[in-house]
Design a protein around this ligand. Sequence first.
Ligand code: SF4
Length: 347
Amino acid sequence: MVKKGQNCTLYGESVPEIFRIPSGAPLIGSVSFGVIDRGTNVIQVRPSTSCSLSCIFCSTDAGPCSRRRRAEYLVDLDHMMEWVRGLVAVKGGGVEAHIDTVGDPFTYPRLVDLVSAISDLGGVETISLQTHGYLMSEGLISNLAEAGLDRVNLSLDSVDPDLAKKLSGAESYDLKKIVDNAQYLVENTSIDLLLAPVWVHPLNDDQLEGLIDLAKRLGAGRKWPPLGIQKCEFHKSGRRTKEMKQVSWYAFYRRMRELEKVSGVKMVLRPSDFGIRAAPSVAVPFGRGEKLSVRVIGPGWLKGESLAATKDLKWAVTVVGHELPVDEEVRVRLLRTRDNILIGILC
Ligand code: SF4
């Protein structure tokens, strides 16, 4: 929980270390970095974990107010591209590369180079990224357009500057600057804009209609839907305040249909609206409950965890429950293998 008056610059009790993922480490298997393959033509690309904001509803507890982060990961560009290339080849064409980190992609120092390198790959049809826009600038937007970025999913959670600041957990959050940058993006580049507000019930209940108007005014949705309101989900290791209440999926879709009627804008989105379809996938060679030997290669991104790899260096495995020394070999039992994400516990 984020406490009122908390000095967020202290990162809780300790500042997470910046951990460069070692060359040769596998970039598949972790939710926090590398690539994620969920069995569709969309591949998630996660080159860094940091964030400059501290949204009070952050499901990944990112940014300076984080209390659970132990390390912020950074992946070298060539290393990242080696794995992106490999995964794109598995998909066999029509790929959307979606850069959506557990922080904000704009913290990756080589974001423009990453987009440029991905756009050079045969088989990639669309490059998109997910951001709260805090680090966007006109120069970066122009460079990203030139590099081949097709869509920005921009999370703007309020049209009221004070509420937007409160939700972002950052005094320096400047709503006007972000809206101006979004306008620049639409008016001066071929990048499409999709507003992706997080509905943080009941804090921004009265903001949703204003956000739809803003999307229309900005000219969002030239190729894809203009809006994709996200439901705020409470996560075990995420942040929330006492004011926030969880909305059921039933109530969420009921509200989306109401908004759709009033605004005439499509609010209930389907994977097909983004061209998402099933596609060949990297097969996880392990099952849930299976035991295997792994070697620790770094700190976990969250406290109480370690980052490990299988002995053949093909899979990253997050070991929960222990902060183990690097190079230690341990036996783990897998708690999760779904979506190619491997989480294990010592056995
Ligand atoms: S919600 Fe996004 S922008 Fe906000 S703190 Fe979390 S990762 Fe950063």
